[in-house]
Design a protein around this ligand. Structure first.
Ligand SMILES: Nc1nc2c(ncn2[C@@H]2O[C@H](COP(=O)(O)OP(=O)(O)O)[C@@H](O)[C@H]2O)c(=O)[nH]1
Ligand SMILES: [Mg+2]
Length: 211
């Protein structure tokens, strides 16, 4: 399988219910983050689009699962984030239900990119995601975004502290620092995505058997 060209990402559709999802085939990688962590900025940087995923000054606007098509049945899923936005409790419940059901039921989901603001890592929302993914045996790759807001020394310290804090989770979690503004860490992110997108159905099956 050739590596996806992330610049070829095309918007497919927005869904509010899981029955609107495309067929559970190929490989999907989901991006998620507490609102304002910079998830839309990360997606725009990755795909070299300025407007693929809307960058919003108003936190918490993405309320649906947005799907982007790469190629060969490879997709990116942009999931709604919460935790910072002052969303009404019933809407938050609805998002939680949608996220939980998606993470549990989607067989083609190969991994989750969890975007955090490096200045506020491992908030309640992030821990919810880590717990759900542990239950679903889903690997997570954490981006400590906005690293440009810290000195290199402070960023490294947060990387080490966060790495220690997640060591207690039994599932596979990797992490890196990132800056959607500067593009720092983009190659490392692409290597992780390339790895997940090149996993064959046979390997996925073997992982399930093992887990
Ligand atoms: N300094 C800095 N600001 C960023 C970075 N990534 C995002 N932002 C800013 O953080 C705010 C929220 O970004 P957005 O992508 O809309 O976050 P989302 O709610 O997670 O999708 C915007 O003002 C962005 O310009 C980054 O790496 N560095
Ligand atoms: Mg956004």
């Amino acid at each position: 399988m050739t590596k996806p060209n992330y610049q070829n990402a095309k918007f497919m559709l927005s869904i509010a219910n899981l029955d609107q999802l495309p067929l559970d085939q190929g490989i999907e990688i989901a991006f998620v983050g507490r609102s304002n962590a910079g998830k839309s900025s990360v997606l725009n940087k990755l795909t070299q689009h300025t407007q693929l995923a809307r960058v919003s000054k108003t936190p918490g606007r993405t309320q649906l699962i947005n799907l982007f098509d790469l190629t060969h049945n490879r997709r990116i899923a942009d999931l709604p984030g919460y935790g910072y936005a002052k969303v009404p409790a019933d809407i938050k419940k609805q998002w939680q239900k949608l996220l939980d059901a998606y993470l549990r039921s989607r067989d083609c989901l190969q991994g989750l990119i969890l975007v955090m603001d490096i200045r506020h890592p491992l908030k309640e929302f992030d821990k919810d995601m880590l717990n759900w993914c542990t239950e679903c045996h889903l690997p997570i790759h954490i981006l400590l975004n906005k690293a440009d807001k810290l000195t290199p020394g402070a960023a490294k310290k947060t990387l080490l502290e966060t790495s220690k804090a997640i060591a207690t989770y039994p599932n596979t979690i990797t992490l890196q620092t990132f800056s959607a503004v500067k593009g720092t860490g983009l190659d490392e992110l692409k290597r992780k995505l390339d790895e997940w997108y090149s996993i064959t159905a046979f390997q996925v099956h073997a992982q399930v058997q093992k887990g």
